[in-house]
Design a protein around this ligand. Structure first.
Ligand code: NAD
Ligand code: UDP
Length: 313
């Protein structure tokens, strides 16, 4: 099949492209390189089945494809808040353009939505039925509301035009090729620990997250795309929940670092708790994460250690 991956040069997109090439598909990786880099897919450039296109999905594009994975959108708070208007345009115009393309060429399209559609959730763990608790005018809204509109567009194109859509809600995912400087907690803590710098815990560190290794997520994405008669939305994440303070302690222990923990102000609207209920993914896709957090973190630490060593030499 010819498969388009928007945001394919980003963290998750690059792992997805790798998997799709390995599965024998022709992969078109589309990216504007805002947060992604060519380096993330450099190892695929020699593959005859892989093609890289520089394009911004806020503009339309005409391509002949069978599948579209729509991932283009900065995912870390510092990156999506850098140019919030651009972020919401990317989610909304990007979804409109990709849905238009899917409709025209009769491709199946999967939207990478997010646990952020649940906002600061009052239901715990979060099931797909929960409608969320999102501030529509806050600093995170450009991302959260953009993704919510993208979901709405998927459902309306599906009901109105019969477009074959899939929606996944991704919970915090980590692994090799996260950007060193993207400000997310996993990359921040690992890089700080490896450099012997203080680990910056925001607030008192009592807020929770549940971290999923990228290979597990990619497996869930592919299963959802190829699942017949199930539009979603479906949660994809690892239910292993941890407080951010415990997580910092764990990174210090796994890296053998002498770093200390310091407390910094909690950003506005930072969700207090987040844990996916993945029963639906289990029953409809036969999916659950296979990589335990310790094994996944070790691989991620090795990645950042090699990167920092390379940067020094
Ligand atoms: P990322 O920032 O590494 O990747 C996003 C990619 O999209 C980058 O390569 C970037 O250059 C590209 N991009 C951004 N705006 C674009 C535009 N206008 N046109 C074309 N390309 C554009 O982030 P990621 O962690 O790989 O996230 C990928 C997708 O998964 C995003 O849609 C994100 O919202 C979603 N998601 C990720 C997580 C997570 O924990 N990583 C959680 C929930 C949802
Ligand atoms: N966080 C932190 N220190 C950091 C970066 C993040 O304590 O250096 C916290 C942040 O406040 C949030 C959690 O870790 O509560 C996860 O943050 P991230 O930006 O990775 O993802 P998101 O908030 O989008 O889940």
């Amino acid at each position: 099949m010819r498969v388009l991956v928007t945001g394919g040069a980003g963290f998750i997109g690059s792992h997805l492209c790798e998997r799709l090439v390995r599965d024998g598909h022709d992969v078109l990786c589309l990216d504007n390189f805002f947060t992604g880099t060519k380096r993330n897919v450099a190892h695929l450039l020699g593959e005859p089945r892989f093609e890289l296109i520089r394009h911004d999905i806020t503009q339309p594009i005409l391509l002949e494809v069978d599948r579209i994975y729509n991932l283009a959108c900065p995912a870390s708070p510092i990156h999506y808040q850098y140019n919030p208007v651009k972020t919401i345009k990317t989610s909304v115009l990007g979804a409109i353009h990709m849905l238009g393309l899917a409709k025209r060429v009769r491709a199946r399209i999967l939207q990478a939505s997010t646990s952020e559609v649940y906002g600061d959730p009052q239901v715990h763990p979060q099931t797909e039925e929960y409608w969320g608790n999102v501030n529509p005018i806050g600093l995170r809204s450009c991302y959260d509301e953009g993704k919510r509109v993208a979901e709405t567009l998927m459902m309306d194109y599906h009901r109105q035009n019969g477009v074959d859509v899939r929606i996944i809600r991704i919970f915090n995912t980590y692994g090799p090729r996260m950007a060193v400087n993207d400000g997310r907690v996993v990359s921040n803590f690992i890089v700080q620990a490896l450099k012997g710098e203080d680990l910056t815990v925001y607030g008192r560190g009592g807020q929770t997250r549940s971290f999923c290794f990228v290979d597990d997520l990619v497996e869930g994405m592919v299963r959802m795309m190829e699942c017949e008669d199930f539009v979603g939305p479906v949660n994809l994440g690892n239910p292993a929940e941890t407080t951010i303070l415990e997580f910092a302690e764990r990174i210090i222990s796994l890296t053998g670092s002498r770093s200390k923990i310091v407390f910094k102000p909690l950003p506005a609207d930072d969700p207090q708790q987040r844990q996916p209920d993945i029963s639906l993914a289990g029953s409809r896709l036969g999916w659950r994460p296979a990589v335990d957090v310790e094994a996944g973190l070790k691989q991620t630490i090795d990645y950042f250690a090699a990167l920092l060593k390379g940067a020094k030499s």
